[in-house]
Design a binder for this molecule. Structure first.
Ligand code: HEC
Length: 113
């Protein structure tokens, strides 16, 4: 799963190059919905979030224990909801040692794929 997005972006990029090479006007990008490539700072945040998730969350969410959202489910959640769940909601005990930056990192990781 983790390689799917980069591969897709590469495919979109290649498609754009091909259409330019065939002489078509370099019009709109192939897919306006394609997310921007993550910056270096984003990648660092995602990597930190992944490490935290592996240590504190994966045991129940990847694969998910009964009743818990799966890793794929979590990627579709609203970032605000994830943040609140970790700060004051049901998952607060699992994230009790997390700083705000840790919570931001885990949230970013969860939404990264
Ligand atoms: C001990 C097992 C366990 C651990 C560890 C755990 N979770 Fe959960 N998590 C659950 C279960 C079970 C639910 C479903 C709770 C419910 O729906 O009542 C859940 C629900 C959630 C939800 C949705 C909350 C809601 O109200 O629907 C989020 C977001 C979440 N977990 C994120 C995390 C993150 C991030 C971590 C790591 C910091 C984590 N969880 C650690 C078991 C766990």
């Amino acid at each position: 799963m983790r390689i799917a997005l980069p591969l897709m972006l590469a495919a979109l990029f290649a498609a754009g190059l091909v259409s330019t090479a065939t002489g078509q006007a370099p019009a709109a990008p192939a897919s306006p919905a394609a997310p921007a490539l993550p910056s270096a700072a984003d990648k660092a945040l995602i990597a930190r979030g992944e490490a935290l998730f592996d240590q504190h969350c994966a045991g129940c969410h990847a694969p998910a224990i009964e009743g818990a959202p799966t890793r794929a489910d979590l990627s579709t959640f609203d970032p605000q909801f994830i943040t609140e769940t970790l700060k004051t909601g049901e998952m607060q005990p699992m994230a009790k040692d997390f700083s705000d930056a840790d919570i931001a990192a885990v949230t970013k990781f969860l939404l990264s794929y």
